[in-house]
Design a protein around this ligand. Structure first.
Ligand code: SAM
Ligand code: SF4
Length: 475
């Protein structure tokens, strides 16, 4: 049962900046023995405190950095195996009344053509995405008074309504929209959204005030408690994140971890996912072209690795903001979900007129198609099993229940077989010949190496049924 704190106590921030600064100070120049001790604890999948995360991030010894990466790889493998969940963002609107200094959708950007998709346009976009093989979408919206909860809920219904014999259906719709009140979140819950995602951007209040210049998003506390309100409304899976590049990245990681801790304390369950977008150039945004706290690739990879150690059972999401080569490196240290073939302008999947880099929300770093991404994932030296699995969500294994199950090795027992079944579906219905050939070989190897004989037989039987035309089979 979720423990929810009353709305009245939610005005004050729980991000204690003095504490974060003092812990960061204490973590400076850490003794190698302390780093090793923390890594030993992380290996036991116990997670890390914000202070321990800061110690790892403050380490500058190259060899110990490699140990941090190796430990993250170990944890990733232990908990998630080689499975990787795939999704696509679907931008519904780019009209926005806020003025976030880093975003191309900023109300002051007069060069952007504003667009809000109609139900019919949403249908066209979803048809293209379904034809490519997508089953999980993340809907993205600007913030505008006309996009109220009921309006957003209708766009979700529009997406779920697009089904076809040939291309199947979208099975999970996640949402990234401005924070709502509890009643608004209930409206979204009622139409069956998956994860509600909202990034706090920066946990440093002064910086937050500096980069959010107008609109509702200027209210730091209202945004900070968005996840609490979503959970209060019954949305079990919530996704948090920070926009890296606005402020000191170690401060941001600690902010994320304190946020996660508070959510778990107040609501009984922490974040289902964490995202860590790095600022990309965006139209007419001086800040996005010259972010004040740009992390090097090495340090960014360390952030991902440390998050994997700090919250081992939380999904880590990587988008196409990063380029293809670097994405491969980040997968190894802990990412569990990636987007592929993304367009960040409303209408850009179905209408080539909007499929131009100059109008996107930010510059996409990996512009490969879904099939190209999959081909590279399955033929890489360390190959991955692409998954579109939504079984847990559909069987009610979400939030608290999901976390409990995840901790008992359940991910390996259910997620890998179910991932393989969805991958088979992809190969049968959407893959290029080359991908199909490599994919079937990977499935064969995975089943051959599967340790449990009963499940192995079950899987083989389901694969045969898939080849005969059955779909949407899961354990
Ligand atoms: N309007 C809603 C909001 O602000 O929460 C949701 C949509 S907004 C487009 C989604 C996310 O995009 C933001 O939370 C922010 O982290 C990210 N974003 C904005 N500008 C970006 C940029 N220049 N580069 C990378 N990510 C950016
Ligand atoms: Fe609008 Fe969100 Fe972009 Fe801010 S980040 S300008 S709220 S779309």
């Amino acid at each position: 049962m979720n423990k929810i704190i009353s709305s009245g106590t939610r005005q004050k921030t729980f991000i204690n900046e003095d504490l974060i600064w003092s812990e960061m100070e204490k973590a400076t120049d850490p003794a190698p023995s302390l780093v090793q001790e923390i890594l030993l604890k992380a290996r036991e999948r116990q997670g890390l405190t914000p202070f321990e995360a800061a110690v790892l991030l403050k380490n500058t010894d190259k060899e110990l950095d490699n140990e941090i990466f190796n430990t993250a790889m170990y944890i990733k493998k232990k908990i998630y195996g080689n499975r990787l969940v795939l999704f696509a963002p679907l931008y519904i609107s780019n009209e926005c009344v806020n003025q976030c200094a880093y975003c191309g959708f900023n109300a002051k950007n007069e060069d952007l053509d504003r667009r809000t998709l109609s139900s019919d346009e949403i249908r066209k976009e979803v048809e293209v995405l379904e034809d490519l093989g997508h089953k999980r979408l993340l809907l993205v919206y600007g913030e505008h008074p006309k996009y109220n909860a009921e309006w957003i809920a209708q766009t979700v219904r529009d997406v779920y309504a697009v089904t076809s014999e040939k291309s199947g259906e979208i099975r999970r719709v996640n949402i990234n929209c401005a924070p709502l009140d509890v009643a608004g979140f209930k409206t979204l819950h009622d139409v069956g959204i998956g994860t509600y995602q909202c990034f706090h951007e920066t946990y440093h209040q002064e910086t937050y005030n500096k980069v959010h210049l107008a609109g509702k998003k200027t209210d730091y506390a209202y945004r900070l408690y968005a996840m609490h309100r979503a959970q209060e409304a019954g949305i079990d899976d919530v996704g948090m994140g920070a926009l890296f590049g606005l402020f000191d990245p170690i401060f941001e990681v600690m902010g994320l971890l304190y946020h996660a801790q508070q959510l778990e304390k107040d609501c009984g369950v922490g974040p289902h996912t964490i995202s860590f977008p790095r600022i990309e150039p965006a139209q007419n945004s001086e800040l996005a072209f010259n972010p004040p706290y740009l992390s090097s690739d090495h340090n960014f990879k360390k952030i991902v690795a440390v998050l994997r150690l700090a919250v081992p059972y939380t999904g880590l999401i990587l988008t196409t903001r990063e380029n293809a080569e670097f994405r491969k490196e980040l997968l190894e240290v802990g990412v569990s979900q990636i987007s592929a073939g993304s367009r960040t302008y409303p209408g850009a999947y179905s209408d080539p007129e909007f499929d131009r880099p100059d109008v996107q929300q930010f510059c996409v770093g990996d512009s490969r198609s879904l099939d190209e991404v999959i081909h590279s994932l399955i033929t890489a030296e360390k190959s991955y099993v692409p998954s579109w699995c939504t079984a847990c969500y559909r069987l009610g294994r979400t939030g608290e229940h999901f976390m409990e199950l995840a901790k008992t090795g359940f991910i390996q027992k259910f997620c890998l077989p179910n991932g393989l079944l969805t991958f088979k579906e992809y190969l049968e219905d959407y893959a290029s010949e080359e991908t199909k050939k490599a994919g079937n070989e990977l499935i064969r190897k995975e089943i051959a190496g599967y340790p449990d004989a009963d499940r192995k037989n079950l899987l083989t039987e389901r694969m045969t049924r898939m080849e005969a035309g059955e779909r949407d089979l899961y354990l």
